[in-house]
Ligand binder design. Structure first.
Ligand code: NAD
Ligand code: ISE
Length: 338
């Protein structure tokens, strides 16, 4: 089968990572066009594939390029809507990095446009669903051997963040991964959410509340406790423990040698998300490519992107007001039922 010809929109940090994996690492794809609102950025993206691609600064132009079969959107969230809607209008499959959009209302517009098109075209980049460890945990939970989940305890820690990172982004940019992944993991839906701001680390820049504790309950009554701590200094540390009726299942940590030195036994912790989830991005995009050729979407859909953003909006409201907020999706449309 011919290669799927990909146009990548947004040639920043993750855009450049995806250009390399789509062109060189994965099977059945090639990057034929790149776009960045900053021309220099687009040229940097093009240079990764020896400059042998069409270079654009305009989203509509790359979407309409006849040598582009499918789009990968890696702009910041605020530009996702324009790119995804253009791809739907052109009838081309589109993989959009998380979050689908920065408001639930914008996500809903995409959902409505996709349903109206009658074709399954949109996948959202929630790569944890493709992580080997999370898939192993899901398999164990789905086996029924551990009984019903009761409590889930998670940490999402990063070494540090830059000054542009805001208190809200702990939810909209960081916790959004757990917001998507956990209902998939335990086969449930969000019901209520709460966010507790406590004592801040002295490492947080002025105005940033860090760490934050998010407490979320599901429709089946499971309590989820998530610690987001983005100035922890020691590593990129993702943990997830699912406490069930008949046992406990823990997400495996990335494997590193255990070393003995200076009267200590120790194991390394991953440094950042690029390294921690490098294999997951490969699996995620390979499965998306294979699906796109068949005209199906088996990964996180636009509806999942909408539900995640709706939940994030509720958490932000809870964070600001100190309240417990309800998450009301209105029910999954028939178009997205699997
Ligand atoms: P970035 O700022 O490094 O890069 C974004 C690029 O998009 C920039 O080069 C910018 O010039 C370009 N851009 C902005 N507006 C544009 C427009 N209208 N048209 C074309 N190009 C435009 O950002 P990043 O860290 O690479 O993040 C990009 C997206 O990927 C975000 O949505 C982010 O949340 C997501 N992301 C996902 C993960 C993950 O783990 N799945 C990790 C990092 C980032
Ligand atoms: C980043 O954008 C990501 O998506 C990473 O996976 C996440 O861990 C990090 O907190 C975000 O800033």
């Amino acid at each position: 089968m011919a290669n799927l010809r990909i146009g990548v929109i947004g040639c920043g940090m993750i855009g450049r990572e995806h250009i390399k994996r789509l062109h060189y690492r994965l099977q059945g794809s090639e990057v034929t066009a790149v776009c960045d609102v900053v021309e220099e950025g687009a040229k940097k993206g093009a240079a990764l594939v020896n400059g042998d691609v069409a270079v654009y600064t305009d989203i509509q132009a790359i979407v309409n390029d006849a040598n582009v079969d499918a789009l990968v959107v890696t702009t910041p969230g605020f530009a996702h809507k324009e790119a995804v809607l253009a791809a739907i209008k052109a009838g081309k499959p589109v993989f959009c990095e998380k979050p689908l959009c920065t408001t639930a209302a914008d996500c809903k517009e995409i959902v409505d446009a996709e349903i109206a098109s009658g074709k399954h075209l949109v996948q959202v980049g929630f790569m944890r669903r493709y992580d080997r460890g999370y898939r192993q945990v899901k398999e164990l939970l789905d086996s029924g051997d551990f009984g019903s989940p009761l409590v889930v305890k998670c940490t999402h820690r990063a070494i540090s963040v830059d000054d542009a990172y805001t208190t809200e982004m702990a939810i909209t940019d960081t916790a959004i991964h757990e917001i998507d992944c956990l209902p998939w993991l335990i086969d449930d839906e969000w019901d209520k959410v709460q966010c507790i701001l406590g004592k801040d680390t002295s490492a947080a820049h002025k105005g940033l509340r860090d760490p934050q504790i998010m407490i979320m309950t599901t429709k089946k009554g499971v309590t989820v406790i998530l610690e987001v701590y983005v100035n922890c200094k020691f590593g990129y540390d993702i943990n997830c423990e699912v406490v069930c009726e008949d046992g406990v299942v823990n997400l495996p940590c990335p494997s590193f040698p255990t070393v003995r030195k200076d009267n200590k036994i120790s194991t390394a912790i991953e440094q950042n998300w690029i390294l921690r989830f490098i294999d997951s991005y490969d699996v995620e995009l390979q499965e998306w490519l294979d699906d796109a050729k068949k005209g199906v979407v088996s990964g996180p859909t636009a509806w999942d992107g909408y539900v995640a953003e709706l939940t994030a909006d509720a958490l932000v409201k809870a964070q600001k007001a100190g309240t417990i907020e309800k998450v009301a999706t209105g029910g999954i449309p028939a178009f997205y039922k699997k």
